[in-house]
Ligand binder design. Sequence first.
Ligand SMILES: O=C(O)CCC(=O)C(=O)O
Length: 254
Amino acid sequence: MVNAIQELSPDTFQRDGYLVVRGLVDRASVGEMRETVLRALDPLQGPAEFETDVGYPGSPASRDAAGGNTPRRLLHAYSRGPIFHRWATAPELATTLRSVMRGERAEMSQCHHNCVMTKHPGFSSETAWHQDIRYWSFDAPELVSVWLALGAEREENGALRVIPGSHRLHLDRGRLDRHLFLRPELDENRKLIDTAALVELEAGDALFFHCRLFHAAGKNRSGEVKLSAVFTYHARNNRPIPGTRSDRYPSVPV
Ligand SMILES: O=C(O)CCC(=O)C(=O)O
């Protein structure tokens, strides 16, 4: 299911905090993932997070409002069928992760991401600039997420934007709002945001990104749902802090 990785530069990952591997997953496997997800969307098979749960700009005000039942992500993707099982623990993925984790073996966290993003036209919301690590608790803030596009991702349908190198910044607390999003009204944040790059992907492309990389995404203004499978990995020696949300389920060695 996973195509050989032609060339991969761990140095690029360490410098930019992300890298894109084109055509990583073959067409048939992407098709099987899409079918599994579309079946789970109609009728909706939980657990899911709804747009209204996050309250981001553009999300419906409540479950009773128009679009209030729009799922934002299908949770527990790892448990949603063998195709996700195989992808999340694919040996080729393990090799790539090992190279960006300085030689350590990777484990997949079942507690974070482990989802399929389902960005719907009409009722999707905007995700402001944030670092995923903000609510995660591990020995070290060194996790890597793998975002697999199950269709084309463009600005129009809410593709991710990233701030290259931002995983290496140490920002004063005042640069972030109460939910730990970058405060866009501050000049110094504006300058940082102006350096952002749009990550355009095709089906089967994968984005590897660091948990401290600032990223954001817009609404889906196209006519079709955008689907992306996202799993998060930590090195075997980087443990979740006992008793936290990051420790609810055991990690899966890859
Ligand atoms: O697709 C989006 O809206 C971004 C999602 C995201 O950044 C996240 O869940 O951390």
